[in-house]
Design a protein around this ligand. Sequence first.
Ligand code: ATP
Ligand code: PRP
Length: 236
Amino acid sequence: MITLALSKGRILDETLPLLAAAGITVDPAVLDSRKLILPTADPGLRLIIVRASDVPTYVQYGAADIGVAGKDVLLEHGGEGLYQPIDLRIGRCRLCVAVRRGFDYTASVRSGARLRVATKYTLVAREHFAAKGVHVDPIKLYGSMELAPLVGLADAIVDVVSTGSTLKANDLVEVEDIMPISARLVVNQAAFKTKRVALAPLLAALERAVEHSVEHSVEQSGVPPAALSGRVGASS
Ligand code: ATP
Ligand code: PRP
C-alpha cells in the first residue's frame, strides 16, 4: 500500500486532476467527508489529509510514502529524509517581501536598522536577508501576514503572492521577489528503495500527467502556464 499525504484546499484540488490523468480517482462522497484517510479507486493507493506545513513531516518519518508540498513549505522544513523528484507545476505563486505603501524600504535597509519581518517562513526570511547583509527580527505568524505592517507588528512581510490581490486590498506593495514557488512531489527516502516496484509506475504516470498538462496549456493558449496564470516568475 502506498500512502500519499495531501493538504485540503488548493493542493488537493490541483492534485486530483493529475491523479485522474494518472488513472487514479477518488469517490467525491469520500472527498466531501471529514475522513482523514481516503481510499482511491486503486486499492494500492490511499490518501491522507494533513495540514500543508505538516506534509514533509509525515513523509520524512514514513507515515506517508509520498506527499505533495509547496516549495515554500519544503524550504522551511529543510527537506531532510525526502527526495523531491517531480515539480508538479501546481500551486504556482512566488515568495516575496512586501511593505506598507509609503514605507521607504530602501532607506530602511540602507540605514542598517533591524527590520521586523512577519512571516510563516522565518528560516527562509533569515537566509534571504542574511545573504543581503540585512539585519532582521523575524516574527513568526501562522496566517494573515498582510495585517502585521498595518497594525505596527512588523515593517515588512515575507509571504507567497499569486495574483497580488491580497497585497493590493491591504495597501501593501511588493519590494522584492525572492523566488518562484510550485508544489513538488516528495518521496520518503527509505520508501523510494523499499517500495520501488509500487512507486515507480505511479511516479512515471504523474510525470506524464504533468507534461501533458503543460503541453495542453500551451496548445490551448500558445503560452506556457506560468504566463497564463499571470504569476510573474512562476516557472522553476
Ligand atoms: P497551513 O494550513 O499549513 O498554514 P496554508 O494555509 O499555507 O497551510 P494553502 O493555503 O492550502 O495552505 O497553501 C498550500 C500551498 O499552496 C502553499 O504552501 C504554497 O506553496 C501554495 N500557495 C499558497 N498560497 C497560494 C496562492 N495564493 N496561489 C497559489 N498557490 C499558493
Ligand atoms: C495566500 C497567501 C496570501 C494570498 C496571496 O493566502 O498567504 O495571503 O494567498 O494570494 P494572492 O496574491 O492571489 O492574493 P491563502 O489564500 O492561502 O490564505 P491563508 O492565509 O489561509 O493561507
